[in-house]
Design a protein around this ligand. Sequence first.
Ligand SMILES: NC(=O)c1ccc[n+]([C@@H]2O[C@H](COP(=O)([O-])OP(=O)(O)OC[C@H]3O[C@@H](n4cnc5c(N)ncnc54)[C@H](OP(=O)(O)O)[C@@H]3O)[C@@H](O)[C@H]2O)c1
Length: 243
Amino acid sequence: MEYGVRLSMDNKKIVITGASRGIGLEMARTLISKGHTVFGAVRNPDGASDLQDAGPAGILQLDISDQDSIDNFSKELSGVTDSLDILVNNAGITSNDLGADRRQCNPWQIDPKIVLAETGINALGPMMVTRGLVELLEAGNNPIVMNTSSQLGSMVIGAMMPFDVAYNVSKAAVNMITVMSASTNKNIAFVALHPGWVKTDMGTEAAELEVPDAANAIVESLLGLTIEDSGRFIRWDGTDHPW
Ligand SMILES: NC(=O)c1ccc[n+]([C@@H]2O[C@H](COP(=O)([O-])OP(=O)(O)OC[C@H]3O[C@@H](n4cnc5c(N)ncnc54)[C@H](OP(=O)(O)O)[C@@H]3O)[C@@H](O)[C@H]2O)c1
């Protein structure tokens, strides 16, 4: 446990899942540089050297597809903090990560096991991580859960980009989980995020946004959220995304 940064007056305690690389890692760097206390949740702590270099308050093991790992994570986190202000459910996958052939990820050819497995990770993963941390969040200050969705989870946009039904379904599902969480828990603000098309391993080099630009914009939007925003679907810049 190491605190290598000056703590700001409005220091927030933040968990980011999938903080080993991509958008999650860059958000961790940005939030740490602003003086916040960041706990990075990663599948393989021994391999998280980039996150380690950023100086988080802690690096904890978490595989969001594994309930035992979620239980151990929430127990471990409860041992080091008695409250949490922000949970960023960022970890996610595409059908490629499950070995599917992208050309066969349409509704007519995809293996239904891929749809179930991907929804388990991209939608039920965030739901169960949030469930494991809800008591810490309820003890937090202006607590926020940001569920990383995608424009592909939007009925409008998903219909225009019908390449990977498992991914689109999983992100539509996390959108529904977000609005249902918002309507059933009035103590915590729940938002769904489209982070933009970002140049990560998932987004590829062809994407529109550089990782630091996306992460900076998401962090600015995140830190401006209040309970009034609960139930919204936002873009990286905080504007409303259509459902
Ligand atoms: N990049 C884009 O253009 C884009 C667009 C829309 C939405 N998104 C969403 O934004 C989020 C971040 O995407 P990214 O582009 O940063 O992706 P990425 O570069 O592929 O990184 C994915 C992250 O998720 C972690 N992860 C995957 N499965 C996990 C599991 N079962 N348990 C815990 N962690 C797991 C990975 O950990 P390991 O290092 O251990 O694999 C990694 O840290 C995702 O939810 C994605 O769907 C991205």
